[in-house]
Design a protein. Structure first.
Length: 381
């Protein structure tokens, strides 16, 4: 008996096994029959149609990798992911359902087919490819929705924190204007204002991080301005903020660009601050800005420890960078930062149609290079 026909004729037995297994998962321990079965029947129906359709070897290989043709509308597997996320499933529990479905079908079919021929083996191969495709669709949609919900939470948190921070900052500035207060009180108020400004910067980074993940990247407003003058201004601010460090700045004169001034100044400031934080304490930070044809190249370089190739690959992904850190490095991150500045810089550069990359060698230290068209073209494809 062909596998697709077996599934159709024994659909109730298979669904009952799915239901029994789903009932053992904690989020569904009090669920109804319909909630337990969810989209299982529709998923199996799609698989049966797939088994009966002609398919090339190449198409089967692509399907097992999760690269089946785009169906356009949401699939049954994707709809199943939505319901399971709303039920409180974890990724592991969602995967377990598909593993159990695969095992149930093959075990029941094996009991019916006493001796397999070539067509049976082909059916089993096609079934595994179809299950892999369904699992990929479900996991991909589940993960995307989970990321979106987390980023919405971060965006709401960041937005709600800004109002009380603004009130604290305004109140502190009013206190600093009161010349009748003792110097000791004014000193405390000044420190409070600096701390508030730092928290405001962190909240701003958090909002940028969450917004860029919700689609469309970081928004930019393009306008013409003198980049040479702006870069020197950013460098001067960094010198005032870090008087203990030496900055060697070489900016070509007369570079005019059509960029987002505030965002690109933020990007350069982030790169310089990162070089200060991670560079050797007694070494300078080199900053070079120059033309290269119709592009502008910005280079920030520092001496210090060599960054491994594995870490260079995830330099602009704060989540992956954090995972790769040792326990001691993670503890240190609690007093420094999680690398949001580099991620935001990367997104700003991409939003301008540019590219950014990092090299790290014993001879040259760590070098971050940014290349952007003088007239920004939007996100690079």
């Amino acid at each position: 008996m062909r596998l697709s026909k077996f599934i159709s004729e024994n659909i109730e037995v298979i669904l009952q096994e799915w239901e029994d297994f789903a009932g053992t998962l904690h989020p569904l321990n009090s669920a109804t029959k319909a909630q337990l079965r969810d989209h299982a029947k529709a998923i199996l129906g799609v698989i049966c149609l797939d088994l009966d359709a002609d398919q090339s070897v190449e198409a089967g290989i692509e399907k097992s990798k999760g690269n089946a043709p785009d169906a356009g509308d949401a699939t049954a597997s994707e709809a199943h992911a939505v319901d399971r996320l709303q039920a409180g499933f974890t990724v592991e529990e969602l995967m377990a359902e598909f593993r159990a479905l695969r095992a149930s079908v093959l075990r029941l079919w094996q009991a019916r087919v006493k001796q397999a021929d070539e067509s049976d083996l082909q059916d089993m191969l096609r079934f595994n490819e179809a299950i892999d495709q369904s699992l990929t669709e479900s996991l991909s949609h589940f993960s995307a929705m989970l990321r979106d919900s987390q980023n919405v939470f971060l965006a709401i948190l960041g937005h709600d924190v800004r109002n009380p921070l603004g009130a604290i900052s305004m109140g502190t500035q009013m206190i600093l204007q009161d010349t009748t207060l003792p110097p000791r009180h004014l000193k405390v108020a000044a420190q409070l204002l600096r701390s508030t400004q730092r928290v405001t910067e962190i909240v701003s980074d958090l909002l940028d991080y969450s917004t860029s993940h919700l689609g469309g990247g970081i928004p930019v407003t393009l306008a013409g301005y003198d980049l040479s003058m702006e870069c020197r201004s950013v460098a001067q601010e960094m010198k005032l903020f870090h008087p203990e460090r030496t900055f060697k700045v070489d900016v070509e004169d007369g570079i005019t660009v059509v960029w987002d001034r505030a965002r690109m100044s933020q990007a350069l400031s982030n790169l310089m601050a990162n070089a200060v934080q991670h560079g050797a304490a007694g070494s300078p930070v080199w900053v070079t800005v120059s033309r290269l044809g119709a592009d502008v190249v910005m280079v920030v370089q520092n001496e210090g420890g060599i960054i491994s190739p594995d870490r260079l690959r995830v330099m602009f992904d704060p989540g992956k960078s954090f995972v790769m850190k040792s326990t001691s490095e993670r503890s240190a991150s609690q007093t420094s930062n999680l690398g949001l500045g580099l991620y935001i810089t990367h997104e700003i550069v991409i939003a301008h149609g540019g590219k950014i990359w990092v090299t790290s060698t014993e001879l040259e230290g760590t070098t971050v290079k940014v290349q952007i068209p003088m007239v920004a073209s939007g996100p690079a494809e």
